[in-house]
Design a protein around this ligand. Structure first.
Ligand code: FES
Ligand code: FES
Length: 135
């Protein structure tokens, strides 16, 4: 059985924005999805708490690549606080929808972004102790 993707998802999968690595990033994270075991890496360049550059490497599926493309577009130029509040539902909406069995792939993309931001907050001593252990 095959899944139907809308044209915007396919476009972002074929030509992902912000795909790649940032050398000497200010923050980075590699996170896995509990649902499928796939992983995503996120790299950040941050200046004055604003995300100046962001790149991702996806080891996941087409939906993950497409959502990461959208999520990184959304996060670029935003403050850390603004970027932390980006929700996977927002990303899915931007993409014009995903099949429900692929929602976890967009959750993975957003989790990666949040983990990278938390890495930065940790490095700059702004993450409370209890968040360190539960991360
Ligand atoms: Fe990850 Fe299918 S389970 S790509
Ligand atoms: Fe694993 Fe999509 S199936 S990220």
């Amino acid at each position: 059985m095959s899944i139907k993707y809308n044209p915007k998802v396919i476009e972002h999968f074929k030509n992902p924005h912000n795909q790649g690595v940032i050398e000497n990033p200010d923050a980075e994270a590699l996170v896995g999805s509990p649902a499928c075991g796939d992983q995503i890496a996120i790299y950040l360049k941050i200046n004055n708490d604003v995300i100046e550059d962001i790149k991702f490497e996806s080891y996941g599926c087409a939906s993950n690549i497409a959502t990461a493309s959208i999520v990184t577009d959304l996060a670029k130029g935003k403050t850390l606080e603004e970027a932390l509040s980006i929700k996977w539902t927002e990303a899915v909406q931007e993409l014009g929808g995903l099949p429900p069995v692929k929602y976890h792939c967009s959750v993975l993309a957003v989790d990666g972004l949040r983990a990278a931001i938390k890495d930065y907050l940790r490095k700059t001593g702004r993450l409370p102790e209890e968040e360190l252990s539960s991360d």
